[in-house]
Write a protein that binds this ligand. Sequence first.
Ligand SMILES: NC(=O)c1ccc[n+]([C@@H]2O[C@H](COP(=O)([O-])OP(=O)(O)OC[C@H]3O[C@@H](n4cnc5c(N)ncnc54)[C@H](O)[C@@H]3O)[C@@H](O)[C@H]2O)c1
Ligand SMILES: [Zn+2]
Ligand SMILES: [Zn+2]
Length: 336
Amino acid sequence: MRACVVTDFAAPLTIGEVPIPQPGPDQVLVRVEASGLCHTDIHAARGDWPVKPSLPFIPGHEGVGIVERLGRGVTEVAVGDRVAMPWLGYSCGTCEYCVSGRETLCESQRNTGYGIDGGHAEFAVAYARHVVKVPEGVSPFDAAPLTCAGVTTYKAIKVAGVRPTERVAIFGIGGLGHLAQQYAQIFGGDAIAVDVTEEKLSLARKLGAAHTINAARTDPVAAIHALGGADVAVVLAASPTVLEQAHASLRRGGRLVLVSLPKDNIMRLPVFETVLGGLTIIGSIVGTRADLAEVFALHAAGRTTVQYEIRDLDEINDAIEEVLASTVTARIVFRL
Ligand SMILES: NC(=O)c1ccc[n+]([C@@H]2O[C@H](COP(=O)([O-])OP(=O)(O)OC[C@H]3O[C@@H](n4cnc5c(N)ncnc54)[C@H](O)[C@@H]3O)[C@@H](O)[C@H]2O)c1
Ligand SMILES: [Zn+2]
Ligand SMILES: [Zn+2]
């Protein structure tokens, strides 16, 4: 099969032929139709984070496709089902986190496109318990970005507890951000979209943003305080500077939700303003299978719009450069 393989954190990704993987017990073989390029794939391919994937590996955790074969004991899905293969590729099911609906915190978890070969390939093997069925009527190209960008930001808005009329500042209107904005609005909030290009802000306006701020031209902290300050700020740009701006943009009682994972792995936190402002700081990691089912249901009901550009897998290295240069409207999805 044709697959994208990371062989070296310092080298471009390679596209080549590798054997089709075989599903073991409790696993399924999926023929991938569409696979979204998350910024996390770039961090993974470059070894940006403290825990690195072992080489070589196939990235991609927004893979969507058709179940082609079942391993021994699989009852959860059938051959022919369309499924999504999210970042949470395996969790133990029995630890205190798993049994209390917090499977994304499982310490035995394995991650698709990181510890388990992922979706940037013609076929992928996944644990049947951890794939999520894509509802009838949702295209694989819409489903792919929802599988990480969607579920992650849906969860981030949920943990922030966004309430009607609250001002929700979204820092970074990329793959994650354009969906975060829509979930903030679905929960009743007014979105303030912050990014560094006019194309991203024009998409945000099209999707209903109450305000847009170009951080390349205007100080977003002053601009958000001129609107009264943010009740919630969600950080989706992988930069410590943006983390600090998001914190500074909050009004008293505000909540800061950390989602992006900058290589630098550090933010300066002003203690005085945090204490006196009664601020809450929340870390949010992807979402559960149940969250993803809700994300798909919202989309099937016509409540969200997924913005994507389709590319061939051979173009992945150029696609990565485009994401890093902020020239992609929202998400790139590979057609397999
Ligand atoms: N916590 C999680 O569960 C989780 C899940 C998925 C992705 N992530 C992380 O979230 C981050 C975003 O992922 P993505 O796929 O949406 O990336 P992306 O590249 O599509 O989006 C990032 C956006 O930030 C914008 N940006 C850049 N500099 C900015 C600035 N100074 N101010 C405001 N905006 C700025 C970019 O123009 C772009 O639109 C990555 O670090 C990724 O690893 C985290
Ligand atoms: Zn992702
Ligand atoms: Zn567990």
